[in-house]
Design a protein around this ligand. Structure first.
Ligand SMILES: *Cc1c(COP(=O)(O)O)cnc(C)c1O
Length: 407
């Protein structure tokens, strides 16, 4: 197998990739762009130390949620003023669910995926705990294609919250078709883009999605804890209502009025003062996407994941490795997951050999391929090291070493 040509090979040089490491965890924490330290140093030494509070205007701090939202917008197929960067994904799920429910006051059901990243379910439960009239219905992710959605969509469903790419299997849903189906049933569609933003073209406006949320510290390389983004379709901009009615979402924040009066437009999703240093690291991270064609990113992503799956499956034999991701690249995000009965130990052994992926319960090892900085040689080397690790039984040395709280 020859390496495919790589029109994005030059992008790797924008990132700091430690020597001897093959970093296949950009789906959990993206690598650092080389410009991030200088951007933060300027933020500290000039903007904070010297310019002090004048930075809110002078250095654009106040507008950062919008300016960063406008930078993410083209990556997710949105008009620039349909996206704002603020708070965490979990908090934005809470706001988006409430906003959707407020637009369907005569309906009482939230639908979400049973195998969803848990915070999506936990936040749904949190919404319901404040709304005793509501209930949560869950569907198995795998059943979606098989019509489970048709079975649960009835006149009581207010909103459906779905993951564009599943965090464990990496399976990718057809956003446009499913959104259409949800809306034809009179419900609102919220998409979680944590595992698709930054690795494929996403078409929120074209798919007529109602609301969407996503992380910026995964494939968008914003840095640990970088704030998330939230999208609202333009047709909802005059009617966004969410319960975290802080002063940043007030129509006139500096009028300091007694009563809350929401902003119109995407700013209605703001709550309070934002982590400016984190936002400036995200600004640096997003610059890696300047001038990058997302269709090329998707092409490379499919080629990377296919090569990895092919190389491993070709020699997996009786190693205990089984593919947990869709075999067809069209139905996959930018990750490949395998199950292995000793998945945790296998991953620890890999990390010791410089191949960094991660482990998800109960027995899943995940490898994320960030097309801007992963090369086809990385894929070959990682596949070989994985095969060596499982066939040599090297992982056995790690079986009783389950200590880390972060997996
Ligand atoms: C990573 C991830 C989150 C993380 O939420 P935080 O509030 O940033 O901790 C939420 N949902 C999904 C699907 C994720 O993959």
């Amino acid at each position: 197998m020859q390496n495919p040509t790589d029109p994005l090979a030059h992008c790797r040089d924008m990132f700091h990739i430690p020597e001897g490491v093959i970093y296949l965890d950009g789906n959990s924490l993206g690598a650092m762009v080389k410009t991030a330290p200088a951007r933060l140093e300027k933020a500290l030494k000039q903007e904070w130390a010297s310019d002090l509070i004048t930075s809110w205007n002078k250095n654009g701090w106040w507008q950062l949620p919008l300016t960063l939202g406008a930078k993410i917008a083209p990556l997710v197929g949105a008009a620039p003023d349909n996206v704002v960067v603020t708070d965490s994904t979990s908090i934005n799920i809470y706001k988006a669910l409430h906003a959707a429910l407020a637009l369907r006051p005569d309906r009482s059901v939230i639908v979400a995926e049973r195998n969803s990243f848990p915070t999506d379910l936990y936040m749904s439960e949190g919404v319901i705990s404040t709304r005793p009239d509501m209930q949560l219905r869950t569907i198995a992710e795998m059943e979606l294609a098989g019509g489970a959605l048709d079975e649960v969509l009835d006149e009581n469903v207010a909103v459906v919250l779905l993951n564009h790419v599943d965090y464990r299997s990496g399976s990718l849903l057809d956003m446009a078709a499913i959104t259409k189906k949800i809306q034809a049933a009179g419900a609102m569609a919220i998409w979680d883009l944590c595992h698709s933003a930054g690795v494929m073209p996403v078409e929120l406006d074209a798919a007529n999605v109602d609301f969407a949320i996503g992380c910026s510290y995964k494939y968008l390389n914003g840095g640990p804890g970088a704030p998330a983004f939230i999208y609202a379709n333009k047709r909802h901009h005059d009617s966004i209502r969410q319960p975290l009615s802080g002063w940043w979402g007030h129509a006139e924040p500096f009028a300091f009025k007694q009563d809350f009066e929401p902003q119109t437009g995407i700013r209605a999703f703001l709550c309070g003062t934002q982590p400016i240093l984190s936002m400036l690291a995200l600004e640096a991270g997003l610059s890696a996407f300047d001038g990058v064609d997302m269709t090329l990113v998707r092409e490379k992503s499919k080629a990377l994941t296919s090569l990895f799956a092919d190389l491993v499956l070709d020699k997996a034999g009786q190693s205990g490795l089984a593919l947990f991701s869709p075999r067809d690249a069209e139905q996959r995000g930018s990750q490949v997951s395998f199950s292995h009965p000793n998945g945790y130990a296998v991953m620890q052994a890999l990390i010791d050999r410089g191949v960094i992926g991660d482990f998800r319960q109960p027995d899943i090892i995940r490898f994320g391929f960030s097309p801007l900085y992963i090369s086809f040689d990385d894929v070959r080397n990682a596949a070989q090291i994985l095969l060596d690790t499982v066939s040599s039984g090297e992982w056995r040395r790690y079986v009783d070493k389950e200590d880390g709280s972060v997996t």
